[in-house]
Design a protein around this ligand. Sequence first.
Ligand code: OSB
Ligand code: MG
Length: 364
Amino acid sequence: MRSVRLPLKEAFETSFGSIDSRLIFLVWVEGNGLSGWGEVVAAEEPRYSYETIGTASHVIRDYLAPAFMAKPVTGLTDLAARFAVFKGHNMAKAGLELAYVDLLARIQHKPLSDLVGGSRKRVPVGVSLGIQSTLAALLERVDRYLSLGYQRIKLKIMPDWDLEVVAEVRRRYPEILLSVDANSAYTLKDMDRLRALDDFNLLMIEQPLDHDDLLDHAKLQSELKTPICLDESINTLRRAQHALALGSCRIINIKVGRVGGYSQALPIHDLCFERGIPVWCGGMLESGIGRAHNLALASLPGFTLPGDISASSRYFDRDLIVPAVEVAADGTAEVPLGDGLGFEVDVDYIERYTETTERIDRKV
Ligand code: OSB
Ligand code: MG
């Protein structure tokens, strides 16, 4: 396990706070003479979810790694069953599972996207724009990312940074795919404000209400024509089933870290695909390692909407992988064809920015 602090090119602000660097938590596994890399998407503070880098390192060190190394792992299902006995801590589970899946793909000489069943060669991408100090600063960024080709603009919103901002962006760009993400900044008491958002022909409203709510979202969805997309509320396959049964959303954002790895992300994708519910790949300001996993996930057929998979350069001056993730002028990113992640991991650069490392060996 390794934590690596990467400075962000500019601060990222959401309804739950602002950060100007990202402490990246990497998991590296060794087996059959090869290595695999995963990323734990937890933040330093429990604001997006209850997990933190601290809880995830504890859970991996004391529970998940021992279960992983107890005997040879026969596949994803075996690993998921070993992890399922421990409640929650999906980001910790995903970090180790991702490293294992990268290793497995490298052992099988396959790209990760093949291993998980993806077939797209390029995936459509959008950008998530944080709350800015002025409307002018936001508009400059909207212009910039549209001119770079990004297919969808997502605006972070909260009360005080919502209707006027959305109205102005929509006025300038009547035709673009535009969405908003509130990260749980509203309640049903804000029904009038939320109803007003319905007038802007938004692609979706992401997670307007409580981080673990399904019922209030169902009530809200029944009053809006704009689709609600759930992010925080969907942390397991079961929650996705319940959300669809209740009508809590019409779109789901899948983050492999939030749901506990591919073993959950793939069945959530399959469920939505069968039901005609569009999904898209969310992001957590990942380094290139997490970003490469996101590209593999987004290559699955149900990922029809642009994902939050920006170019590495949107967040970092230099990424941990070579080459960096790039977004072409048509607003797509390439799904790599090499073994595993399909990128070279820049270990020297990682070493330079490493804050902590911890090695856990198999008991013999
Ligand atoms: O809610 O999707 C979110 C970043 C950190 C935590 C939560 C979210 C986000 C983003 C950025 O919106 C997505 C990205 O570009 O990685
Ligand atoms: Mg979100």
